[in-house]
Ligand binder design. Structure first.
Ligand code: FAD
Length: 503
């Protein structure tokens, strides 16, 4: 006896919708029928260009060829994020992916660095990060180090055009049986007994789409999760008050930097994301402190090349849905919540939602325990990322505007306050369970934002000063030599994955 397949309906064809469709098409070959509904008239948000290394897990799981993907999306490589003027004007640091220094025995590298720093003899932290050395030199390579077997891997992510990525994944998903329906959803019918979403009505005629499970990828509007189920939103703007962004592409610059740049501005920050054919730019700002005209003028005055369009405004409120899975609807992407793209986490949140959903995959019946666990894990992930982003604002020493002074003076979540105190007192950082950002990421942003510990692990005081400096000097020299030996980023792209326009 064959049973009818479980019908999964994905609402929305932005990056979230097509990533979900691609993964479901790949992993749910049997027992499920997958449909995606999107409206050409509404379109996708069309921003979202910087990622973190976890994207490789998603692409590898789908068996996507990296060079083909980069060619199709005008992609470039990303080794980290540079933060300019965040601590104070004129200061810069990097949150580079990958290792920083090398732990020695029980104590992490930061303990040794802090001791040398207290002696006034430490190079900046970035000198001990291979990713940062390569990024600053404009270099890129894949695979193991060429000049020393002792150097760590160089993890990387990508900059790409998220709309082209969605298109690329659409071809992938449709080839694996996902059915695409074009049309604007104008009404949603609920099952009168369960309150579950039963079907979607499309504009024009009497087209309806029925389903058992609905994945809401409809963007900020949250068509099912909010407009239909009134799930509620947890507002985080008391910590993250930026509520608007202006985005504008500009002509390419001569140097194709293998990193994202975030530059602090009077009431927020500006992103710079180099793709093969253009640079993506935007100003994320707080409308209580800055007018739209002022934001546009600042953005346009700070581009590397000519603007290729008028700035486009996007409005948002930092926070998350009270439940990301409610009844038979799971919100994925912007419909589940939003945190400003300071650490390029949104696309990652999509892929981790997909992976969580595949692990707790619903059948025709929703199980309360599964829903509760999904929501618990999602909340934890969101809240720890939120804390990491708040750290950049809280620990600033800028005195130029009320916006920055208010950020420094604002109360912060207890979870973040405890992390800062632990680091400031004794250089300790502990990654909490499966939180996204590692000790190394926290260390770089803490130190970059001027949280310099007053003490280190006693074991780091046990080695003689000469030995300590020799150990640090050796790591620095190996990293500098390896970075110098790498090919230039632009040349690397030309050799492996140039999009037709660059090739
Ligand atoms: C300013 C800004 C900068 C960002 N930068 C980054 C970044 O650098 N890195 C990163 O990882 N993320 C970034 N993001 C987030 C990223 O853009 C999104 O996570 C990603 O694009 C996914 O969006 P989405 O698919 O959830 O929503 P959308 O792209 O908005 O897609 C919504 C879909 O729903 C469909 N839809 C809506 N209503 C209906 C209806 N009634 N009927 C039929 N279809 C409907 C639309 O047609 C569309 O296909 C940024 C976001 C913003 C706002």
């Amino acid at each position: 006896m064959t049973t009818a397949p479980i019908r999964i309906v994905i609402v929305g064809g932005g990056a979230a919708g097509w990533m979900t469709a691609a993964a479901f098409g790949r992993f749910l070959e049997r027992g499920y029928a997958i449909t995606l509904v999107e409206s050409d008239e509404i379109g996708a948000i069309g921003v979202g260009e910087a990622t973190i290394p976890q994207i490789n897990l998603f692409n590898h799981a789908l068996g996507i060829d990296e060079d083909a993907f980069l060619r199709a999306t005008q992609g470039t490589f990303k080794l980290g994020i540079e933060f300019v003027d965040w601590l104070r004007p004129g200061h810069r640091y990097m949150h580079a992916f990958g290792a920083v220094g090398r732990d020695l025995g029980l104590a992490g590298f930061q303990h040794y660095w802090r001791r040398a720093h207290a002696l006034g003899k430490a190079s900046p932290l970035g000198a001990f990060a291979l990713n940062e050395a390569a990024a600053r030199a404009g270099k890129m390579r894949r695979g193991p180090a060429q000049t020393s077997k002792t150097l760590p891997d160089m993890p990387y992510a990508f900059h790409f055009d998220a709309s082209l990525y969605a298109r690329f994944l659409r071809r992938y998903a449709e080839a694996r049986g996902v059915e695409r329906i074009e049309g604007r959803i104008v009404d949603v019918a609920l099952n009168s007994e369960t309150g579950h979403v039963a079907s979607l009505k499309l504009e024009g005629g009497d087209r309806t789409v029925e389903g058992d499970v609905f994945i809401d990828c409809s963007g900020f509007r949250g068509l099912l999760i909010e407009q239909t189920l009134n799930t509620g939103y947890e507002d985080w703007s008391r910590w993250l008050p930026c509520d608007r962004a202006l985005a504008v592409p500009s002509a390419s610059a001569a140097d194709l930097t293998p990193y994202t740049r975030s530059t602090a501005r009077a009431a927020g920050w500006q992103w710079r994301i180099p793709l093969q054919h253009r640079i993506g730019n935007g100003y994320v700002y707080c409308s209580d402190h800055l007018s739209d005209d002022q934001a546009a003028a600042t953005l346009l005055a700070n581009l590397d090349g000519a603007a290729l369009a008028d700035p486009r405004q996007i409005r948002f409120t930092a926070g998350k849905r009270r439940k990301m899975w409610n009844r038979n609807v799971v919100a994925v992407g912007l419909s589940s919540g939003f945190m400003e793209p300071l650490e390029s986490t949104s696309i990652h949140l999509i892929q981790s939602a997909i992976s969580r959903l595949l692990k707790l995959l619903p059948g025709r019946t929703m199980i309360d325990a599964d829903i509760a666990e999904y929501n618990r894990q999602s909340d934890f992930e969101y809240e720890r990322i939120r804390d990491f982003i708040i750290l950049h604002y809280k620990a600033n020493q800028r005195d130029d505007t009320a916006f920055w002074r208010e950020r420094r003076d604002m109360p912060i979540p207890d979870t973040l306050a405890a992390k800062i105190e632990l680091f400031a007192a004794g250089s300790h950082i502990f990654r909490e369970h499966e939180e996204l950002f590692t000790e190394v990421a926290w260390m770089q942003v803490m130190i970059g934002q001027g949280v310099i510990p007053v003490a280190n692990h006693p074991l780091a005081d046990q080695i003689a000063e000469g030995e300590l400096l020799e150990y640090l000097g050796l790591i620095e020299a190996l990293i500098a030599r390896e970075a110098a030996a790498m090919p230039d980023h632009r040349a690397f792209i030309a050799a492996h994955c140039a999009a037709p326009s660059l090739a």
